[in-house]
Design a protein around this ligand. Structure first.
Ligand SMILES: [Zn+2]
Length: 270
């Protein structure tokens, strides 16, 4: 499966990486027309920007989706080892703000006997996934990769609260840095990122699990998703700073796994 995905990616490439930052897919990408979220380069046209993106318009296991009661829970064999000692670099990637983890980072998720190492943390406003039909102001993606280059993404959605005391540690740090990350390519290195407080109480039954895709080009499938069924909190001041820098960067929700691709379906009905 990965062999075919990788050959697709190498055909055309893409310029502005989001979900694939610091993974094997980003390292193998080059050239191509940059995607975005605007009128001419947004999600409805991603497939037209490069032959490598064709699955964005044809895939039947695309992300995001609505995580409702039909989506099964994560398996019991789950161990989330994401802590408050994360070393990484905040960077403006053009299409998102991202924390790229240090090469020697030991943050990981063990799922059903496979270890997935954390490669990047990035954000979308508003949320991409929905929770039982409801969308939220912000979504965080924690992108992990196994030794055999399988991808697992943990998705956390956020509600806005008044007080910074109620806000997760990393979100406050990101809000503080966002005004300095206004240009693509600007980066800031940090050694004590607080990830642990956002995930410390997550149990398998708190997470919806499904097989989906990257939510950005090339929309590669066979990505394992874990999505928290309850939103976390971000304070309004941090959220405003993050949103002002990052702007709108959210893909529409696809149908449930195995349903017709929305772009393909609409094209056939026009
Ligand atoms: Zn993402």
């Amino acid at each position: 499966m990965w062999a075919s995905l990788i050959s697709l990616v190498s055909l055309g490439g893409f310029a502005a990486a989001t979900c694939i930052g610091n993974t094997h897919l980003e390292r193998r990408s080059e050239g191509g027309e940059a995607f975005g979220y605007g009128f001419d380069n947004g999600p409805l046209r991603w497939h037209a920007l490069s032959p490598a993106n064709s699955i964005c318009a044809t895939g039947k296991h695309q992300s995001p989706i609505d995580v409702d009661s039909h989506i099964q829970n994560a398996p019991k064999a789950l161990n989330i080892r994401l802590t408050d000692r994360l070393s990484g670099t905040f960077v403006n990637k053009g299409t998102t703000l991202q924390v790229t983890t240090a090469a020697n980072s030991s943050q990981y998720i063990d799922l059903s006997g496979t270890r997935y190492n954390l490669k990047n943390v990035h954000f979308h406003t508003p949320s991409e996934h929905h929770l039982a039909g409801e969308h939220f102001p912000l979504e965080m993606h924690l992108v992990h990769q196994s030794a055999n280059e399988s991808l697992l993404v943990l998705g956390l959605l956020f509600n806005i609260v008044a007080s910074a005391q109620q806000s997760g540690g990393l979100l406050k740090q990101l809000g503080d840095y966002a005004p300095r990350l206004t240009s693509e390519g600007v980066d800031i290195t940090e050694k004590e990122l607080d990830l642990g407080s956002l995930v410390k109480d997550l149990l398998p039954e708190d997470l919806g699990r499904y097989s989906g895709s990257l939510t950005t080009p090339p929309c590669s499938e066979s990505v394992m998703w874990l999505v928290a069924r309850k939103p976390r909190n971000i304070d309004v001041a941090s959220y405003d700073k993050l949103k002002k820098t990052m702007k709108f960067n959210s893909r529409f929700a696809a149908g449930p796994p195995d349903s017709d691709n929305i772009v393909h379906m609409l094209a056939n009905k026009l």
